[in-house]
Design a protein around this ligand. Structure first.
Ligand code: GLN
Length: 247
């Protein structure tokens, strides 16, 4: 940031003990690191069942993925936070929700055993469990803030997610995406990004990380200026993966 001003962002990591599949914690690390490298201070607030949090005071909320069992364990606790979270999201809170976390922001997730895990209903989407798990590496073409990029990640889910009146995050180039049928991956609403991509998504795709950091800074400080970083390693890894997946 110019002018010696040291902004600070509050990062909320929801249920780090329950929703932590495939290195999802790396999303917190990537978000924090890319802030610190630019002189933006961060404070990480882990929040689990029963812990208090005021979403209005948070700048970035991360909800990771989990097994059906773990989702069931924390769903009721998350439900109690619906009003507060909805209000902050409407106010422009930056949120990243992956896989299980993504499903829970929708209306419901009916697991393959027929059990219905109610969602918060903040986003117009629902999820139905399918017999065959959708597993593997994924490439998605995403347009964010006027820029178009191909991102990569790893998916492993039984749930098939169907969007109502909601924009997808992007178009599937390789892999299954939301449901293996409509060629769409993830969802977007205001400053919320939802995706099935573990990997984790943020270290692999700095473009998404910087988008979330910018939105968080704009909401808190009315402006965002992100100094460019050296992303040559991430870009090289992205090229290798895209070549493997798309030829
Ligand atoms: N349990 C959910 C499913 O199988 C989410 C899995 C995940 O977060 N990877 O669809």
């Amino acid at each position: 940031m110019p002018g010696g001003f040291r902004p600070k962002l509050n990062i909320c990591h929801m249920y780090p003990d329950l929703l932590n599949l495939y290195g999802d914690r790396g999303n917190i690390m990537a978000f924090s690191r890319r802030c610190l490298w630019r002189g933006i201070q961060v404070e990480v607030h882990p929040v689990s069942i029963g812990d208090k949090v005021a979403f209005s005071r948070m700048d970035f909320v991360f909800l990771g993925g989990g097994s059906d069992r773990e989702q069931n364990l924390m769903a009721a606790d998350l439900m109690e936070r619906t009003g507060d979270l909805r209000e902050a999201i409407e106010d422009g809170l930056a949120v990243l929700a992956i896989c299980g976390g993504y499903q829970l922001l929708g209306k419901y997730y009916r697991t393959i055993t027929g059990e219905v895990i109610p969602g918060l209903g903040i986003l117009d989407l629902y999820t139905e469990g399918g017999q065959k798990r959708l597993i593997g590496n994924v490439a998605v073409e995403v347009e964010l803030g006027g820029a178009r990029q191909k991102i990569t990640g790893f998916e492993n889910h039984s749930g098939r997610t169907y969007l109502g009146n909601l924009e997808p995050l992007g178009d599937v180039l390789a892999g299954h995406g939301n449901n293996g049928e409509d060629g769409k991956e993830g969802a977007r609403y205001k400053n919320v990004i939802c995706s099935y991509l573990h990997g984790p998504i943020l270290p692999k795709n700095p473009f998404i990380t910087d988008h979330l950091i910018s939105r968080a800074l704009e909401r808190r400080y009315r402006e965002a200026f992100l100094e460019p970083l050296d992303d040559s390693l991430e870009e090289a890894a992205n090229r290798v993966m895209l070549k493997r997946l798309l030829g």
